[in-house]
Write a protein that binds this ligand. Structure first.
Ligand SMILES: [Zn+2]
Ligand SMILES: [Zn+2]
Length: 125
């Protein structure tokens, strides 16, 4: 958008009033004619319309580790030397705990064949 000098009809050049902006936070442009030195102040409140962006954050769903039928999985290791902390059964399948802390030793996750109760080897004394 161009503005023209009301005196000599030449093009006006915008000069931002930095002092005013520091004091009030408002943007105000002073248009100066380079031909005759005429100054015309124009308040352009719409000059600096803020642009709002819709920032959508996607929360990644936690991956669920399903225990469904895990006791029937023939590929899993099976032990008879454990005791279910819930039903005292002595048969359970086990695998390396996916959520085991990296700073700890190998943590095994047991799944009771009888009641599908799960516990960690770190839970046992
Ligand atoms: Zn002029
Ligand atoms: Zn059990």
């Amino acid at each position: 958008m161009f503005y023209f000098c009301s005196e000599c009809k030449n093009m006006l050049y915008p000069v931002e009033d930095h002092a005013l902006r520091r004091q009030t936070g408002q943007r105000k442009l002073t248009f100066v004619c380079r031909t005759c030195g005429n100054k015309e102040v124009m308040t352009q409140e719409t000059l600096a319309k803020p642009v709002y962006k819709n920032i959508v954050t996607h929360t990644e769903k936690e991956k669920m580790v399903t225990m469904m039928n895990v006791t029937m999985d023939p590929t899993l290791s099976r032990t008879y030397n454990v005791r279910c902390t819930k039903c005292d059964a002595h048969e359970a399948v086990y695998f390396q705990c996916p959520s085991g802390r990296s700073d700890s030793a190998l943590v095994l996750q047991y799944v009771c064949v009888a009641c599908e109760h799960t516990w960690l080897s770190s839970d046992q004394e």
